[in-house]
Design a protein. Sequence first.
Length: 128
Amino acid sequence: MRQIRIPIESFEGPCQRIDWPEAREGRPDSILLIRRQERWHAVQNHCPHWRMPLAERGPDAFDEQSGYVVCTSHAAIFQLRDGLCVSGPCVDDRLDVLDVQVDGDMIVVTEARRSLSLSFVGLSASEE
Ligand code: FES
């Protein structure tokens, strides 16, 4: 499981793009860290539509007024709390939502375990 620790004082909100220290599958990898109404949220900066970054710049991917995450490529709109796409070309797909904790003066973002629901055969499994 990957983790990023960010000093709260360095956050440039309401939405900031932060790079993972290492590339993934040979490509740069980043998250969007968002603070809204005193709550922290983080999602992988990957749109489920074409697996492109939601935005090159964090502020472009978040509509502070509505609280939705917006993909700058084809305008998909996602709920912040669960990453569900509610409008655009990938409705019902989801962003990868990350766990965010505050530890003293640090924000700790952790890649959640991905659950695979195999309800069609009555099984469940998980992977890191
Ligand atoms: S790549 Fe995000 S909506 Fe198409």
